[in-house]
Design a protein around this ligand. Structure first.
Ligand code: PMP
Length: 287
C-alpha cells in the first residue's frame, strides 16, 4: 500500500511527495528535522520535539512556514492516514528551492514534510542480549563548526561513524568529541552506571540533547538514582558497571561490549533493566 505523506499543507500519495532538485535541503543538507514516535495514537513528548525543531530552525535562520498547532495536527493526521497508531514520524523542513549558489536568501518556500512509517528497530535478539559497540575514529562535529545541538539535515558526520560501526559488525558506534571525550552514538545518547551513579555527557560535550535522554534522567531521579551530567572518557566506559543508549526509536537499549571489552559483567545490568522497564511504562502510559 502506498503511503500518504504530508507536504506543506496536505496529504499526498507518496509518489507525488516530491521536492525540487534545486532544494537546498538536497543540495547542501540545508534544513532541519525531527524523529518522533507515537504509542497508541499519541505522540510521545510532542511539545519537546516541536521545541527542538523550532530551536534547530532558529539556529540556522530558517523560518518554519507553519504554526506549531498546524504541524502537530499534520503529524496526527499523517499517522492516522497511514494506519499507524504505533509508528515513527519524520518531520523535515528544508530551506526550499534556490539557485545552485549557497545563498539562503535566494531560496523560496521552505518545504514542510511529514512522513509516517513503521519503526526500524535494532534486531530484537541484540537488544535482548545487549549491543556490542565500537568507538568510531570519526569525531563528532566540532560545536564551533556545526553544533550537534542542531538537528540538521547534514548528518554526514554521523553517517561516517555509522559506516565504521557497520564495518565492525555493529548496529551503532560511539562517537568522541574533538577533545577525545565521550559525546554520543550516531543517533542515540549514552549513559553509564558507575557505582551508585548514573552518568551521561553534558550538552557541551557536543551532543544532541535527546528527548529520550531527558525522560530517562527524570525517571532516574524519580527512582532515587543519583543521575548527573559528567564529562566521560572511554576509560570511564571501559570500567563502568553498566552502559546503555537512548533514542526515540531505540528507547533504552543495554550495551554489553565496547571496543572488545565487556562492560561490567557483560550482560544487561539491573539499573539498565529497571530504567528500560520504567521508560516502557512511561511511554505506553502516555507520558
Ligand atoms: N543523538 C543524535 C545524533 C540523534 O540523531 C538522536 C535522535 N535519533 C539522538 C541522539 C536521540 O535523541 P531522541 O531521544 O530525541 O530521539
Amino acid at each position: 500500500m502506498s503511503r500518504l505523506v504530508f507536504m506543506n499543507d496536505r496529504l499526498v500519495p507518496e509518489a507525488e511527495a516530491r521536492v525540487s532538485v534545486f532544494d537546498h535541503g538536497l543540495l547542501y543538507g540545508d534544513g532541519v528535522f525531527e524523529g518522533l514516535r507515537a504509542y497508541s495514537g499519541r505522540v510521545f513528548r510532542l511539545a519537546e520535539h516541536l521545541d527542538r525543531l523550532w530551536a534547530s530552525a532558529r539556529a540556522i535562520c530558517l523560518e518554519i512556514p507553519v504554526s506549531r498547532d498546524v504541524l502537530g495536527r499534520a503529524i496526527d493526521e499523517t499517522l492516522a492516514a497511514n494506519g499507524l497508531p504505533d509508528g515513527y514520524v519524520r518531520v523535515v523542513v528544508t530551506r526550499g528551492a534556490g539557485s545552485l549558489g549557497l545563498d539562503p536568501a535566494r531560496t523560496s518556500a521552505p518545504q514542510v514534510i511529514v512522513i509516517a512509517d513503521r519503526l526500524a528497530l535494532y534486531p530484537a535478539e541484540q537488544v535482548e542480549r545487549g549491543l556490542r559497540l565500537v568507538t568510531a575514529a570519526t569525531q563528532r562535529s566540532h560545536p564551533a563548526a556545526l553544533s550537534p545541538r542542531i538537528k540538521s539535515l547534514n548528518y554526514l558526520n554521523n553517517i561516517m561513524a555509522k559506516l565504521e560501526g557497520k564495518q565492525a559488525g555493529c548496529v551503532e558506534a560511539l562517537m568522541l568529541n574533538h577533545k577525545g571525550e565521550v559525546a554520543e552514538c550516531t543517533a542515540d545518547n549514552v549513559f553509564v552506571v558507575r557505582g551508585s551513579r548514573l552518568l551521561t555527557p553534558p550538552p557541551d560535550a557536543g551532543i544532541l540533547e535527546g528527548i529520550t535522554r531527558g525522560a530517562v534522567m527524570e525517571l532516574a531521579v524519580a527512582a532515587g538514582i543519583d543521575c548527573r551530567e559528567a564529562t566521560l572518557t572511554r576509560h570511564d566506559l571501559y570500567t563502568a558497571d553498566e552502559m546503555f543508549i537512548t533514542g526515540t526509536a531505540a528507547e533504552v537499549v543495554p550495551v554489553v561490549e565496547l571496543d572488545g571489552r565487556a562492560i561490567g559483567d557483560g550482560v544487561p545490568g539491573p539499573v539498565t533493566r529497571r530504567l528500560a522497564a520504567a521508560f516502557h511504562r512511561l511511554v505506553r502510559g502516555g507520558g
